[in-house]
Design a protein around this ligand. Structure first.
Ligand SMILES: C[S@@+](CC[C@H](N)C(=O)[O-])C[C@H]1O[C@@H](n2cnc3c(N)ncnc32)[C@H](O)[C@@H]1O
Length: 259
């Protein structure tokens, strides 16, 4: 591939549902750790990349050295709206996931459902904490692509650590296995010992919370206790609070380390 043709290639990839654009070093590191298929890795300075890799991710240093090829700084600066400061950008294939089978399959950890999340960085933070807590999957509804490069950046590329996909409609939830638990500041108080591994934990959109449709489908509504006067937590913070409350209440569950 000629350097110049990388510009339209990366531009098209941002809108291609079969590809993932990995802006920067951390998304590349996690993509490699979690077995992504890397299609292109380009950098401005291989020596700088080698130093970064040996400091932060010695386990994938050899693979990054073999994959990364240097390109002109002028071309690199046009491969993303905000070229990553770490001087590396990559393309990977998105792993295929089927949202319906994720909803109906037996799970050994809760799945996270984000209803119409609006902020791509926040969406990425939800994926990151879900991967850290070893949740079963992250499903989203609404118009935003959970694999948008900004969400991948916010997740440090941890989309490759668990299934992440968009659900076209809430109708599919009628076929679910396990209880649907809505996180709602007006629900009953959270008792993490009652959260089973088959649960689907649903979180509402940033400004308006859960829709009436989702609330009507839910088996239970639970709240994370907060100090009086605080109306709600940030979306990713509430995902973190519930998943880690679940993890800490079930210490004999699967260890959070598939790798
Ligand atoms: C920023 S909040 C939405 C705030 C919205 N005004 C509301 O009242 O729900 C985004 C989502 O995080 C979850 N959330 C935030 N704080 C929560 C709490 N204390 N208990 C349960 N869920 C919470 C809910 O799922 C909520 O829909």
């Amino acid at each position: 591939v000629q350097d110049g043709s990388l510009i339209p290639r990366f531009g098209r990839a941002r809108r291609d549902p079969s590809l993932a654009v990995l802006e920067g070093f951390h998304p590349l590191k996690h993509a490699l750790r979690f077995d992504a298929e890397l299609l292109e890795v380009v950098c401005v300075d291989p020596d700088q990349l080698a130093r970064l890799t040996s400091t932060l991710a010695g386990d994938v240093a050899e693979r990054i050295r073999a994959l990364a090829r240097p390109i002109e700084r002028e071309v690199f600066s046009q491969l993303a709206p905000l070229p990553p400061a770490t001087g590396v950008i990559s393309l990977a294939a998105r792993p295929a996931s089927d949202p319906l089978s994720l909803l109906t399959a037996e799970r050994d950890a809760p799945a996270v459902l984000l209803e119409d999340p609006r902020d791509l960085g926040n969406m990425g933070a939800c994926v990151r904490v879900s991967a850290g807590a070893d949740a079963a999957a992250v499903l989203t509804t609404g118009s935003h692509d959970p694999w948008h490069p900004d969400a991948l950046r916010g997740a440090a590329g941890l989309h490759f650590a668990l299934p992440v996909c968009r659900l076209e409609s809430l109708e599919a939830l009628r076929e679910r296995s396990g209880p649907l638990i809505a996180l709602d500041p007006d629900g009953e108080e959270l008792d993490p010992t009652t959260l089973g591994p088959h649960s689907i934990l649903a979180f509402g959109t940033e400004r308006y919370g859960l829709s009436d449709e989702l609330t009507a489908l839910a088996d239970r509504r639970i709240r994370i206790p907060m100090r009086a006067g605080v109306s709600s937590l940030n979306l990713a913070t509430s995902v973190a609070a519930v998943l880690f409350a679940w993890r800490l209440a079930h210490p004999s569950g699967q260890p959070p380390s598939r790798h």
